[in-house]
Ligand binder design. Structure first.
Ligand code: ATP
Length: 438
């Protein structure tokens, strides 16, 4: 993890938030390459969950909602609170369920009785800071979907089964954030809620469970690093009838990256009760009204980011590129899927002190960068430049050499196979269109 964290900072993927002020607890900023890669992850998820599915539509609902939402959802009452104990000596707080003994894990001091601590982040709307003006930053994106169930159903003239997908920020005042961006207090979720007939819920649960695992595999994640974990009845969240986690084998152990839940009619029936609106669905064929069951797939964009990064990170001792300067070093390659890699093509002139080579390379860079995310680099030996690109997962490196000036072609080197081939300049755009194809 330390190596990965240092790579992400050094190469502009992730910075600590408010770094010049000494950092701000478990908040992170995505740098230029991180922002590209995170957008790529969200795009891959969005395409998979809307374009590639039948009957799933998108939504982008507000972060701030009526505080009644959180009464109805159970976040302010049941479940969404961790039991905390405080050390009487050092005053640090710990989650009761994470303690191995009844002593402070840091200073061995005595602990207080356990108290519930709500994870919702409070804020005030308007000019008064009183109870009436209190609301919360959403702790999950799905509530905005339930509130819009009827709006989407009616405006889009849908019939169940159908799904609503949403990507957006969520906030939780986590007691034990950590493991870099694995658990933070501000994060992005990618959630899809599937509304179906209660009788079909088990079937669809299995469908989405498989579909979600396939998504990670399709994007190149190693099979042996992924597994399902059925959540035991006693550990189910207050809304869930059944839950399966997709877990990843991180350097810090097997951990959840996504949850697939059968939420039954908990959400719609509770929102109906609190809002006094009829949120049932009228089934024209069966001529009956009922609350659809909801199958939820809930993933984190930041957590997926970390997972793809960890899975793609690869070291080669003695050098992959076999340049003389690299044979004693360890070379890093991010073997990210083509669709996720932040930079698709790097453009190099063979040497920087030959005007014609630089001119041609810059022309090609200008041409290609309107279609693909590209970098131009003329500093150092070609070997070093390859390695700088491998480290950030760039898929192709293109070099303009002396032959290019005569034959109007360039060398294209593939990150994974390391194969080099000559491609005519006039065919370059089409070549990359076909190879990168995202
Ligand atoms: P955990 O047990 O890790 O706290 P959870 O069971 O509370 O997670 P859910 O409420 O099911 O998580 O949220 C669904 C997904 O949202 C998680 O699988 C994860 O990818 C993401 N997520 C949840 N909490 C965080 C967080 N604090 N930081 C980053 N991502 C998160």
């Amino acid at each position: 993890m330390e190596k990965i964290i240092s790579l992400t900072k050094r190469r502009g993927f992730i910075f600590q938030s408010s770094e010049i002020y000494g950092g701000f607890g478990s908040c992170y900023d995505f740098g230029p390459l991180g922002a590209e890669m995170k957008n790529n992850i969200k795009k891959a998820w969005w395409n998979e969950m809307t374009k590639n599915q039948e009957n799933v539509v998108g939504l982008d609902s507000a972060i701030l909602m009526s505080p009644q939402v959180w009464q109805a959802s159970g976040h302010l009452t049941a479940g969404f609170a961790d039991e905390l104990v405080e050390c009487k000596k050092c005053h640090k707080r710990f989650r009761l369920d994470e303690l191995k003994e009844k002593k402070c894990p840091e200073c061995k001091g005595d602990l207080t009785e356990a108290k519930k601590f709500n994870l919702m982040m409070k804020t005030f709307v308007g000019s008064l800071e009183n109870e009436a003006a209190t609301t919360y930053l959403r702790a999950e994106t799905c509530q905005g979907i339930y509130l819009n169930f009827l709006n989407v159903l009616n405006s889009m003239r849908l019939k169940i089964p159908f799904g609503i997908a949403q990507i957006g920020k969520a906030f939780r005042n986590e007691i034990t954030p950590g493991n870099f961006i694995y658990r933070t207090r501000e994060f992005e979720q990618m959630e899809m809620q599937w509304f179906c007939n209660p009788k079909a819920a088990d079937k669809f649960f299995d469908y989405w469970k498989k579909a979600r695992m396939d998504w990670y595999l399709k994007l190149g994640m190693k099979k042996e690093n992924l597994r399902f974990r059925e959540v035991e009845k006693a550990d189910l969240a207050h809304y869930a009838k059944r839950a399966v986690d997709i877990e990843y084998n991180f350097p810090f152990g097997w951990k959840e990256i996504e949850g697939i839940h059968n939420r039954g009619d908990w959400d719609l029936s509770n929102h109906a009760k609190h809002s006094k609106q009829d949120l049932r669905y009228f089934d024209e064929e069966a001529k009956e009204k009922y609350y659809p069951y909801i199958i939820e797939t809930s993933a984190g964009a930041d957590r997926s980011f970390l997972t793809f990064l960890v899975d793609a990170y690869s070291e080669t001792k003695g050098g992959r590129t076999k340049t003389t300067e690299s044979t004693k070093e360890v070379e890093l390659t991010l073997k990210l899927d083509k669709s996720l890699a932040p930079v698709k093509i790097a453009v190099f002139p063979l040497v920087k002190n030959k005007e014609q080579l630089v001119k041609k390379a810059k022309e090609l860079f200008s041409l290609l960068k309107t279609r693909f995310v590209c970098q131009y680099d003329e500093v150092g030996s070609i070997g070093r430049r390859y390695r700088r690109q491998d480290e950030i997962g760039t898929i192709f490196c293109l070099t303009v050499d002396f032959e290019s000036l005569e034959k109007d072609d360039v060398t294209v080197r593939d990150r994974d196979t390391m194969k080099q081939e000559r491609v005519k300049v006039e065919e370059l755009t089409e070549f990359f269109n076909q190879k990168i194809n995202t």
